[in-house]
Design a protein around this ligand. Structure first.
Ligand code: PHE
Length: 344
């Protein structure tokens, strides 16, 4: 039995010398030392040995196991080291390669334009006021001189929630809310940006939801020339100092007189093109002197103060600024569209 053990040791050490990879090494470990391996196989004969022989053979068997294990461990370590070296080689980083810039988001063009409009008016001493998007009939219509059944309500098809509550169709209700909150103090000088909702069919120029900025100034001796000067200043800061405006008579129930404001065509500079239908002008907003009835709803005495108001669509201002031809681009969240504004 001792001879068999010695032979096993010799054979095992011999074969271990030439093993070439970790998988074969493991095969040999199982073959010689595994539960059903050669060593166990030989030791099964231990039972037949005499009591004197048993410890001696036991000692030899332990030596053989230790010798094989030692070589196995040494080989294993060598393979591990080679594997680590191979990995390090394969995963070498070239720190001189150009990096990949992380994708950075940017403000939505409507947010940018809204902020720009706000900045321009903040620069003229306005503050920002806000109101709810779910509004009462009173603030959205009644207090703006649009009593029930007034035909002008049809100008703004509304989303009603109840008979008396609706999604605001414009930012003008914030005029009333602001005046009431100011409790008769002057001057009132605010802009009111926000979302508005109308029952329109969506197309290139209409959306059931869009954004407006309302402007409101109330004080003693506020005149239409103040309105015109303010809007001219705004348009020049927004589109360039060469811009002109013109006011065309119009109608809103909450202003009298009322006007529609045109700006020099941003595309052709006023010479006339398809965009401005060869007029040289493009309409950008509605405005007027606040109707006395509206001042009264706001808690102001029309014999003491006057005021002006204007309302513009942020989408429209942005379409003209960036020469975009379809309002729906603003809501599609297509990165090919949005990413163009990252550096503007
Ligand atoms: N509220 C009007 C609209 O949405 C715009 C407007 C505001 C006109 C203020 C005059 C004064 O069409």
């Amino acid at each position: 039995m001792k001879d068999r053990l010695e032979a096993l040791r010799a054979e095992a050490l011999d074969r271990l010398q030439t093993v070439e990879d970790a998988a074969s090494l493991n095969d040999l470990r199982v073959h010689y030392l595994g539960k059903k391996g050669q060593l166990t196989e030989i030791l099964r004969g231990m039972g037949a040995l005499s009591a004197e022989e048993r410890p001696i053979i036991g000692q030899v068997a332990n030596d053989v196991r230790a010798a094989i294990e030692e070589v196995l461990a040494r080989k294993q370590e060598a393979f591990d080291r080679a594997e680590t070296a191979r990995r390090l080689q394969a995963e070498t980083l070239d720190v001189t390669l150009p990096g990949k810039a992380p994708a950075v988001g940017s403000l939505h063009p409507l947010t940018k334009v809204a902020q720009e409009i706000e900045d321009i008016f903040l620069g003229m001493g306005y503050t920002i006021a806000e109101g709810p998007e779910v509004e009462t009939d009173y603030f959205n219509f009644e207090a703006l001189n649009l009593p029930k059944n007034h035909p002008a309500r049809d100008m703004q098809d509304s989303f009603y929630i109840t008979d008396d509550i609706l999604l605001r169709t414009h930012t003008s209700p914030v005029q009333i809310r602001t005046m009431q909150a100011m409790k008769g103090q002057t001057p009132v000088k605010v802009i009111c940006p926000g979302k508005v909702y109308r029952r329109d069919d969506d197309d290139a120029t209409h959306s059931f939801m869009f954004h407006q900025v309302e402007g409101l100034v109330v004080g003693p001796n506020i005149r239409m020339s103040d309105l015109k000067g303010t809007l001219l200043q705004f348009v020049r800061e927004m589109y360039g100092s060469q811009m002109q405006i013109r006011l065309r008579p119009s109608f809103f129930p909450f202003t009298e007189p009322s006007a529609e404001v045109d700006v020099t065509c941003v595309k052709c500079g006023g010479r006339g093109c398809r965009m401005c239908k060869h007029t040289g002008w493009i309409e950008i907003l509605g405005c007027g002197m606040i109707h006395p009835a509206v001042l009264e709803h706001g808690g102001y005495d029309p014999s003491e103060v006057t005021g002006f108001a204007f309302g513009m669509g942020i989408e429209r201002i942005a379409l003209l600024k960036y020469e975009i031809d379809d309002i729906r681009h603003f809501y599609a969240n297509d990165l090919r569209f949005l990413s163009q504004f990252a550096k503007m």
